[in-house]
Design a protein around this ligand. Structure first.
Ligand SMILES: Cc1cc2nc3c(=O)[nH]c(=O)nc-3n(C[C@H](O)[C@H](O)[C@H](O)COP(=O)(O)O)c2cc1C
Length: 192
């Protein structure tokens, strides 16, 4: 059975991003493990936790709890990441989680020449997002995760599903979301 890791970075009650992501999840075959980032009370890496992580890496103590998110990420077959468009990217909880996922010798390693090389099992990462206005100049949240996926984690395929203009005065939010779901349905048929 495929293991789908669902990263839920949607803090708002009635989140449209979460609604879209749940729609996508109905298309995927496998067991879904959900990680609700806003329930994790994530703290940014600091001097103390960085030193701890370096020590655990040097000792190859990869069972240590500091690596739990990295281990969970590395072994998933598919990643679904849902995050609203905040300040041209995504909520900071997602960045903090990524700091923990970026663990040398678990999710990636460096070659002797200093190039990153992915160690993750997943072949696909789906990024789901919604925005209040038009996404301009580009979705920097997705571009960033896309770069990490391809350059560091070794996840070759990334797909963005998004809905825009949801907070524009007079917007027909139901119609916008219905269209975004339809895009998922169409893309999904091409995928299968
Ligand atoms: C803190 C914050 C920052 C936001 N920044 C942007 C932004 O830069 N551009 C934009 O178009 N919408 C922005 N929005 C609006 C959200 O992207 C929009 O309401 C989105 O649909 C929220 O997703 P949700 O319903 O899943 O919470 C922001 C909203 C919040 C709360």
């Amino acid at each position: 059975m495929e293991q789908i890791l669902f990263i839920n970075a949607c803090p708002r009650e009635g989140s449209r991003t979460l609604e879209l992501a749940r729609h996508l999840l109905t298309k995927l075959d496998g067991t879904v493990e959900e990680l609700a980032l806003f329930e994790e009370n994530l703290l940014p890496l600091n001097g103390k936790t960085l030193a701890l992580r370096d020590k655990m890496t040097a000792n190859q103590n990869f069972d240590h709890p500091i690596f739990k998110y990295a281990r969970q990420f590395a072994k998933a077959d598919t990643i679904v990441l849902a995050a609203p468009f905040w300040d041209l990217s995504f909520p900071s909880a997602l960045k903090i989680w990524l700091e923990y996922v970026m663990a040398k010798e678990i999710t990636f390693r460096y070659t002797e020449e200093g190039f990153p090389c992915g160690l993750c099992k997943a072949k696909e990462l789906f990024y789901v997002s919604t925005a209040g206005g038009p996404v301009l100049p580009s979705h920097m949240g997705f571009s960033y995760v896309d770069a990490l996926a391809k350059s560091y984690f070794g996840i070759p395929e990334t797909v963005l599903f998004s809905a825009e203009n949801l907070d524009v005065v007079g917007a027909d939010t139901a119609a916008i979301l219905a269209r975004a779901k339809e895009e998922i349905d169409n893309d999904w048929r091409n995928h299968a």
